[in-house]
Design a protein around this ligand. Structure first.
Ligand code: FAD
Length: 504
């Protein structure tokens, strides 16, 4: 008999599971609260400008390709992926500009010119981090539901590469002696919403992933990924119900048996897949009597990622700056500490600017462009009064764009704009504390210590998305969808028909 699956949320995690399970013959329904597909990986338009709401960097695109291949499809028939190289422009102290590239010969030359004596360190980084990446990635493709999952040969062989005892910043000190260069290879911890001085050294693989595997843009924006996934779900007979919020997971005798919708309807199913933001879902969709490990109180004690202040601008010209630009605060460590430790706004914040129209003319009318600005800020566990600070931070960000980023006349060219603060992430997008990169990725919240893919509080419930293993970021979120789908199939005694499997 066909088994039914209810999936809560049409983010990349939920859609990965929906694609896989619908393709394997399950009767899949995805319930999505918003009236659009994709969760944080969605788009919105302002007049004729199209913006990605969240992700702008696609890495490890082969994982996505393999998911499509396993359903008998070619990803290229759905989306058009373009590599961005040089990877990004990095601006230090408003003047020192560095353009890391995947061309290793050029990279050594540029490092030697800008950071004399560090060329060898770069070569060592590329060699050692490749080995580390190859050992660690397979460990992120399997579940950690039991302590004994740490005893597999795969995991034991990776222990020497974990570097969990040192910080990411100190790890990079093994390769480089220049502070700016260390920042160029550690700022990626921001993708996890963490400080390089606190993030485990394990995550040096993030900068290796960029330098070794590349950074990709999807024409039309990364939102095209989730739109393509939704198309596949429907082609496979699955149903996606937009504007259909789940009110509660129905749990009986320790088992999830379906969902109650906000409109009062009850939908029974054999399995429930939870993609909504983990802490938000626990607090709002699961009744207290069913929780022991993830009660509201215990969730408060967990560590969370930072949040973001977003400024999306439609401008009536195209700026001659690269696709990706990161403008670091003059005192980057102070800025990071203010975000993660002191939870206050920085006088001198770091900002990321995406100028995607230089690579993709589909996002704005001819001769015009979309400018996406992301400012990492504290999550809502601090006391920032966003009502007051919102317009002040907007002005500060525009000043930085004018003075440090080469967008001198930006104020005169803005035609449309939208701002999202951590308050909107929490209240409108249902992200706990506005911590957009989910639970932090400290050692105590990774692998077995992260909420399990086969959820431990009650049976027949599986987690996907940034709040479960392997963690936040599109490649790992896709992996969570794969891992949880395989667990469901295993439980139902279905042999997994994978044609290809992700290899590092
Ligand atoms: C600003 C920003 C930039 C980012 N940049 C990158 C990047 O460049 N590269 C990268 O790899 N990652 C990036 N990320 C991180 C991550 O990849 C995305 O946030 C990703 O979309 C998270 O996917 P998810 O499946 O965990 O959850 P989501 O995308 O949040 O999806 C969860 C879905 O559940 C729905 N939902 C919630 N409650 C209910 C309910 N009660 N009933 C029904 N549905 C519900 C939500 O509406 C949402 O659609 C970024 C994130 C943000 C916010």
């Amino acid at each position: 008999m066909t088994k039914k699956v209810s999936i809560i949320g049409a983010g990349p995690g939920g859609l990965t599971s929906a694609m896989i399970l619908a393709n394997q013959g399950y009767d899949v329904t995805v319930f999505e609260k918003q009236d659009y597909i994709g969760g944080r990986t969605s788009s919105f338009t302002l007049n004729n400008y199209t913006f990605d709401l969240g992700p702008t960097f696609l890495m490890m695109d082969y994982i996505l390709k393999e998911i499509f291949e396993n359903t008998g499809r070619d990803l290229e028939d759905y989306i058009d992926i373009k590599e961005i190289d040089p990877l990004y422009r990095l601006v230090f102290k408003g003047k020192r500009e560095f353009y890391p590239t995947r061309d290793q010969q050029v990279m050594v030359k540029e490092i030697e010119e800008m950071f004399p004596g560090n060329g060898e360190g770069y070569k060592k980084f590329m060699k050692k981090e490749k080995e580390k990446f190859e050992k660690l990635i397979p460990c992120l493709q399997v579940p950690y539901g039991r302590r004994r999952d740490f005893l597999t040969k795969r995991f034991l062989r990776s222990i020497g590469y974990l570097d969990a005892h040192i910080s990411l910043y100190d790890k990079l000190g093994e390769y480089f002696n220049d502070d700016d260069l260390k920042i160029a290879f550690t700022f990626q911890s921001k993708y996890l919403g963490m400080s390089p001085w606190e993030c485990p050294g394990t995550f040096s693989i993030l900068s290796y992933i960029e330098h070794g595997g590349g950074i990709y843009h999807v024409m039309g924006g990364l939102n095209q990924i989730t739109k393509a996934m939704a198309k596949v779900v429907e082609e496979e007979g699955g149903e996606i119900k937009l504007s259909t919020a789940v009110d509660k997971v129905i749990i009986e005798n320790g088992k999830a048996i379906g969902v109650k919708l906000e409109n009062g309807d009850i939908e029974y199913s054999d399995h429930v897949v939870l993609n909504a933001d983990f802490a938000h879902a626990m607090n709002n969709l699961v009744e207290d009597k069913h929780k022991k490990k993830y009660t509201n109180k215990k969730l408060e004690e967990k560590k969370y990622s930072c949040s973001t202040f977003m400024l999306y601008l439609g401008v009536d010209k195209i700026y001659d700056i690269p696709h990706h630009n990161i403008i670091f605060s003059d005192d980057y460590k102070k800025n990071v500490d203010e975000i993660t430790k002191y939870k206050i706004l920085s006088e001198d914040p770091s900002i990321y600017i995406q100028n995607a129209s230089v690579s993709d003319s589909s996002l704005a009318p001819e001769g015009k462009s979309t400018i996406y600005v992301l400012v990492p800020v504290a999550n809502n566990s601090g006391n920032i009064n966003w009502k007051e600070e919102k317009s002040k931070l907007r002005e500060k960000v525009l000043d930085i764009m004018e003075n440090k980023a080469g967008l001198k006349d930006i104020r005169e060219h803005i035609e449309v704009e939208r701002i999202i603060t951590p308050i909107e992430w929490e209240e409108e997008k249902d992200v706990y504390r506005g911590a957009v990169f989910n639970l932090a990725h400290n050692v105590g919240q990774m692998l077995y210590f992260r909420p399990h893919n086969e959820f431990e509080e009650f049976e027949n419930c599986y987690l996907v998305g940034g709040g479960t293993h392997p963690g936040s970021g599109l490649p790992t979120i896709f992996e969570s969808g794969k891992i949880s789908s395989k667990l469901i199939m295993k439980k139902d005694g279905i042999k997994v028909k994978e044609k290809v499997t992700s290899k590092a």
